[in-house]
Write a protein that binds this ligand. Structure first.
Ligand SMILES: Nc1ncnc2c1ncn2[C@@H]1O[C@H](COP(=O)(O)OP(=O)(O)OP(=O)(O)O)[C@@H](O)[C@H]1O
Length: 254
């Protein structure tokens, strides 16, 4: 088995007396897709922001391709395409100008900008100001921004938020393609069907703790007579089961 691309080791986050994330460890390899699932306030964005390097763990470390954010910030950031859960684009720029701006920061050429606008279905409206875009259109532009540099890790916080059914499925195909091309994908979602259809592994979180980590098919099979993944989710949010089983290779609460 190949070495992990991403290694999260005993990472936790506290603010004052509040524990946002209990110590959590996980590994993701190139070509793998990991879905982070859990109810509102479960700790998904907290974990994602620490992997992105925009929030520092209270304890623990995150390593990406052997680079640690604290010691090799530039190298570390080069490996990530990050899509935050909330983002405001500059209101006066068109879609093309916006993506071109991010491309120029990474010295990426115009061809890739046009290719990606086409990929996310925004080429025909690329001369329109982003301020006139719907939520789903802005999400697709933000996704294109994350994919620009073909990063080793696509780190996506609720990327399907606001997408219509067609683009939700398209999103699934695009991350599958990215994984086939050797990229790793970590995304959070409330769309359990998207997690089930397109991710290899899932991390179910509740109250800042990992309640399940492992392959999605096993979890779905376990709950096949009890509502599938939604049944698992219900057990998590209602805390009927505190621990749905863990594949310790993938992630642990420690
Ligand atoms: N800056 C902060 N200060 C204190 N508590 C915070 C802060 N940011 C987040 N939290 C708390 O941390 C917990 C985890 O929040 P987080 O945003 O990671 O959840 P989430 O799983 O992404 O939720 P959602 O699905 O609603 O986006 C929540 O209880 C939230 O209230």
């Amino acid at each position: 088995m190949s070495n992990p691309l991403l290694q999260v080791e005993k990472v936790s986050k506290s603010i004052g007396r509040s524990i946002l994330l209990h110590p959590c460890s996980l590994e993701v390899r190139s070509g793998e897709i990991l879905a982070l699932c859990g109810g509102n306030g479960a700790g998904k964005s907290t974990l994602i922001r620490m992997i992105a390097g925009i929030s520092q763990p209270t304890e623990g470390s995150v390593t990406l391709s052997g680079a640690n954010w604290l010691n090799n910030r530039v190298e570390y950031a080069d490996h990530i395409g990050y899509m935050p859960d909330e983002f405001q684009f500059g209101s006066s720029l068109t879609a093309y100008e916006t993506l071109q701006f991010y491309a120029s920061l990474r010295r990426i050429g115009r061809d890739r900008v046009v290719e990606l606008l086409d990929t996310v279905g925004l080429l025909e409206v690329s001369k329109r100001k982003v301020s006139s875009f719907s939520k789903g259109m802005r999400q697709r532009l933000l996704f294109a921004q994350a994919m620009l540099a073909k990063p080793a890790l696509l780190l996506l916080d609720e990327p399907t938020n606001g997408l219509d059914p067609y683009w939700m499925e398209e999103f699934g195909h695009l991350i599958r393609q990215a994984a086939q091309d050797g990229q790793a994908v970590v995304f959070s979602t409330h769309q359990l069907n998207i997690a089930e259809s397109y991710a290899d592994y899932a991390l179910f979180m509740s109250s800042g703790q990992v309640r399940y980590s492992g392959d999605i098919v096993s979890l779905s099979n376990k709950y096949r007579h009890d509502g599938g993944l939604y049944g698992a989710f219900q057990d998590l949010v209602t805390n009927k089961e505190s621990d749905l089983g863990k594949d310790t290779r993938h992630a642990t609460n420690q």
